[in-house]
Design a protein around this ligand. Structure first.
Ligand code: C2E
Ligand code: MG
Ligand code: MG
Length: 681
C-alpha cells in the first residue's frame, strides 16, 4: 500500500515537473517570486532555528552537534540576506535572472533542511537528553510542516526539504530503543507523505491561479493590440493615431513644435478594388503600408486612417523635411507592384500640415492636412501639397458646391443651354452643343468648368450626366431633323461603364435618332489605356452615335487615338484660336490639324471664335465647322428653338461672305503642314 502510494505520488510529481518545465518564463518568474514572497517567515525561521540550535548545542555539549548548530546559524543568516537582496532587485525591476535566484534559494533551502535533519539525528543518536530530543524533533517537524505550504511554488524544493529534514529525524527516532520513539518515527514518515501531498496540492492550485493570471494578461495584450493596430496592414489604426497626436499636443515643453501630419490617399484605389476584387485590394493595402514604412524609416509613425488613407506623424519636422518624407513615399510607391499575376502601378496624393504654423490643435492640424490632400488630388494626383491658408477658403467653397450638387437635381437648379455649331459651307446650324448651367442658391452661377470636376470626385457625375442626356435628347427631338445635339461626356462616366444603357434609354424616351446625338469626349479618357473605355466607345458607335474629340491639343494629342477610335469630329481647343494673332506655332498647328482631319474624312470644329480675324483664319485653315461667341453664345432651350425654326438671333449673313476658295484653303493647309515639319526638324 505504501509503495503504491509512493509510486502514485512520484508519478504525479513527475507529471507536475513536466508541466513545470513547460511553464513559460512569466509563470516561472512568478513562482520564484513566491519562494521569496515572505521574507518575514524566512527571518522567523532563521531566528527560531538559530535559537534552538544554540540551546541544543549549549545543553548537549557535543562538538559535532555544536558544529552543525553553528553551520545552521550561518546558513540561516545567508538565506535571510539573499531574500532581502532578491526583494530589492525585484523592486528595481532587475529580477530577470530568476533561474539563478531559484538555484540560490534551492541550494540554501536544501542545505538548511539537511542541517535541521542532521541536528535532530545527531541529538537523538549522540545524546540521551529527552529535552534536546523534544526540541530538535519539534523543530524538524515544525520546519517541515511550514515549508510544505511556504515552498509549494516550487514543489520539488518543498518535498526535497521535507525528506531531508524528516528522514534523518525518523531514522534517529527509530534508532532509539524505545517503542514510543519508534511510533514517533513512523508518524514522522507519515508526515513526509502528507507534506508531499499538501505541497503538491497547494502547488497545483498556485499554478492554476498563475496560469489563469498569465492567460488573462495575454488576452489583455491581444485586445490591446486589436484595439491599437489595423488588423489588415498591421500598422496603427485611426484610434491609436488620434491618441498619439492628442498626446503629442498634450505634451508640454513645446514637443508639438514641428509636428508634421502627412495625410496620404491612394489614387484610384476604388477602381482597383472594383475591377480586380477586394482580395487584390487588400493585398495592395498591405504592400502599400510596407512601402510607407520602408520610405519613412525611423522618421515617424504610420497609421491606417481607414480605407486607402494613411496618416504619417513625424515629430520635430520642418515643412521641407515633411515634403522630403512625402516625396520618398511617392518614389517608393512608384515602383510597380505585382499581386496575383496583376501588374499594378499605384500612386498617391499627399497633404501635409505642420504644427504650429499650420494649426494649433489636433483637429485643426488634421483638417488642414486633409485640405492639402484635397488640393493635391485636384491638382492632378500623384503629388503632395503643403497646406496654405488660402486653401481654406477654396476648401469651404468646394464643400458648399459638393453639398449643393447632391441636391441640385431634385431642387431643379440645373438648366441646359445650347450653343450652335455652324457648317462653314452653308452657314447653317449643323449641331448644338449642350452646356449645363447651375444657379446655386448662395454661390450664384457656378460654371461647369468648376463644378463638373467636383461632381466627378463625389461620384455625382453619373446622375448629372443622365439628367443632361435626357434634357438634351428631349430638346433636340423638337429641332429640325438635320440638326444634331452634342453632349459632353466626362471621362469618369466612360470608366463607370453604364453609359450605353443610359444613352439608349434617353434616345428611346425622346424618340431622337441615334445619328443626331454626338458625344464629346476629351483626350483625357485615353490617359489610362483602359480596355473598358475602348469597349464602351465602340459600343456607343455601334448604337449609331457620332463621336467628337473635344478640346483637341490640350492633352496628349496623340494621332494614334484618331487612327484607333475613328472619331467623326475633332474640336480644336479654343486656346489655339485665341493665340493665332500672336503665335506662329498655334497657326501652324491649327492648319495641320484641319488638313489631317480632312484627309481622314473627319469634321473639324474651331472652338472659341470671338473675333472676325479668328473667323477668317478658321475658314482659311479649312475647318468645316465653327463655334464661338462671335456667332452665338450658349442660349436657353426656347432661344435655340427660335433660332433653329425662325432664324431669330442668327449671325448676320455677312459673316459668311468672303469665304476663301478651296484652292487657297489647300495651299494654306499645305503651308501649315510644311511649317509643322520645319518645326519638328
Ligand atoms: P467645352 O466642352 O469645351 O465647352 C465649350 C466651352 O467654351 C463652354 O463653356 C462654352 O460656353 C465656352 N465657349 C464657347 N464659345 C466661346 C468663345 O467664343 N469664347 C470663350 N471664351 N468661351 C466660349 P462652359 O459652358 O463654361 O463649359 C465649360 C466646360 O464644362 C465645357 O467645355 C465642358 O468640358 C464642361 N461642360 C459643360 N457642360 C457639361 C455637361 O453637361 N457635362 C459635362 N460632362 N461637361 C460639361
Ligand atoms: Mg464640349
Ligand atoms: Mg471644348
Amino acid at each position: 500500500m505504501w509503495s503504491s502510494h509512493l509510486r502514485n505520488f512520484l508519478s504525479r510529481w513527475h507529471a507536475k515537473s513536466a508541466v513545470d518545465a513547460r511553464q513559460n518564463a512569466d509563470v516561472r518568474r512568478a513562482l520564484v517570486e513566491s519562494l521569496y514572497a515572505s521574507p518575514l517567515s524566512l527571518a522567523i525561521g532563521a531566528v527560531a532555528g538559530s535559537a534552538v540550535s544554540a540551546v541544543v548545542a549549549f545543553t548537549a555539549k557535543d562538538t559535532f552537534i555544536t558544529g552543525v548548530a553553528a553551520l545552521l546559524c550561518v546558513i540561516a543568516v545567508l538565506r535571510a540576506v539573499s531574500s532581502y537582496y532578491f526583494h530589492r532587485n525585484l523592486k528595481k525591476g532587475r529580477a530577470e535572472g530568476s533561474r539563478s535566484w531559484e538555484l540560490a534559494y534551492e541550494l540554501g533551502a536544501w542545505v538548511y533542511a539537511a542541517l535541521i535533519g542532521l541536528m535532530a539525528f545527531a541529538a537523538l543518536v549522540r545524546s540521551d537528553n529527552a529535552i534536546i530530543h523534544l526540541l530538535t524533533v519539534s523543530v524538524a517537524a515544525g520546519y517541515a510542516g511550514g515549508i510544505s505550504g511556504r515552498n509549494a511554488g516550487r514543489v520539488h524544493i518543498a518535498i526535497g526539504q521535507g525528506i531531508l529534514t524528516l528522514a534523518p529525524t525518523a531514522i534517529g527516532l527509530w534508532s532509539v530503543d524505545s517503542i514510543t520513539y519508534r511510533i514517533l518515527a513512523v508518524s514522522v514518515v507519515l508526515l513526509i507523505l502528507s507534506i508531499a501531498e499538501i505541497s503538491s496540492t497547494t502547488h497545483r492550485v498556485v499554478l492554476e491561479a498563475l496560469n489563469g493570471k498569465h492567460q488573462k494578461s495575454l488576452l489583455a495584450a491581444k485586445f490591446e493590440k486589436l484595439a491599437r493596430y489595423d488588423s489588415l496592414t498591421g500598422v496603427e489604426n485611426r484610434m491609436a493615431m488620434q491618441m498619439r497626436i492628442r498626446d503629442m499636443f498634450d505634451e508640454s515643453n513645446g514637443e508639438r513644435d514641428g509636428l508634421a501630419v502627412i495625410w496620404m490617399d491612394l489614387d484610384r484605389f476604388k477602381e482597383i478594388n472594383d475591377s480586380l476584387g477586394h482580395i487584390v485590394g487588400d493585398q495592395l493595402l498591405v504592400l502599400v503600408a510596407e512601402k510607407i514604412g520602408q520610405a519613412l524609416g525611423d522618421r515617424g509613425t504610420v497609421a491606417r486612417f481607414g480605407g486607402d488613407e494613411f496618416i504619417i506623424l513625424c515629430r520635430q519636422t520642418s515643412r521641407p523635411d515633411a515634403a522630403e518624407v512625402a516625396k520618398d513615399i511617392l518614389d517608393y510607391l512608384a515602383e510597380p507592384i505585382e499581386i496575383g499575376g496583376h501588374h499594378l502601378t499605384v500612386s498617391a496624393s499627399i497633404g501635409i500640415a505642420v504644427a504650429p504654423q499650420d494649426g494649433h490643435d489636433r483637429d485643426e492640424i488634421l483638417q488642414h492636412a486633409d485640405m492639402a490632400l484635397y488640393h493635391a488630388k485636384h491638382g492632378g494626383r500623384n503629388r503632395f501639397s503643403l497646406f496654405e491658408w488660402s486653401m481654406k477658403e477654396r476648401f469651404h467653397r468646394v464643400r458648399e458646391i459638393e453639398a449643393g450638387l447632391r441636391k441640385a437635381i431634385e431642387r431643379g437648379e440645373f438648366k441646359m443651354h445650347y450653343q450652335p455649331i455652324f457648317d462653314i459651307e452653308t452657314g447653317q446650324v449643323a449641331c448644338c452643343e449642350a452646356l449645363i448651367r447651375w444657379h446655386h442658391p448662395v454661390l450664384g452661377d457656378v460654371s461647369p468648368g468648376e463644378f463638373i470636376p467636383i461632381a466627378e470626385s463625389i461620384s455625382m457625375i453619373g446622375p448629372i450626366s443622365e439628367w443632361v442626356l435626357g434634357q438634351a435628347c428631349a430638346s433636340a427631338a423638337q429641332w429640325p431633323d438635320d440638326v444634331r445635339v452634342a453632349v459632353n461626356i466626362s471621362p469618369a462616366l466612360l470608366r463607370a461603364g453604364d453609359l450605353p444603357r443610359t444613352v439608349i434609354a434617353c434616345l428611346y424616351s425622346s424618340g431622337l435618332k441615334a445619328r443626331r446625338l454626338e458625344l464629346e469626349v476629351t483626350e483625357s479618357v485615353f490617359l489610362e489605356d483602359n480596355a473598358q473605355t475602348s469597349q464602351i466607345l465602340r459600343e456607343l458607335r455601334r448604337i449609331g452615335l457620332r463621336m467628337a474629340l473635344d478640346d483637341f491639343g490640350t492633352g496628349y494629342s496623340s494621332l494614334s487615338y484618331l487612327r484607333s477610335y475613328s472619331f467623326d469630329t475633332i474640336k480644336v481647343d479654343q486656346s489655339f484660336l485665341a493665340g493665332i494673332d500672336k503665335s506662329f506655332e498655334d497657326r501652324a498647328i491649327i492648319r495641320a490639324v484641319a488638313h489631317l482631319a480632312r484627309d481622314l474624312n473627319m469634321d473639324t470644329v474651331a472652338e472659341g471664335i470671338e473675333t472676325h480675324e479668328q473667323l477668317r483664319y478658321a475658314k482659311e485653315a479649312g475647318f468645316t465647322n465653327l463655334q464661338g461667341y462671335l456667332l452665338n453664345k450658349p442660349m436657353s432651350d426656347d432661344a435655340i428653338l427660335k433660332l433653329l425654326e425662325r432664324g431669330e438671333g442668327a449671325p448676320p449673313a455677312s459673316m459668311w461672305s468672303g469665304m476663301p476658295s478651296s484652292q487657297s484653303i489647300n495651299e494654306t493647309a499645305d503651308a501649315g503642314a510644311l511649317a509643322l515639319r520645319r518645326d519638328a526638324s
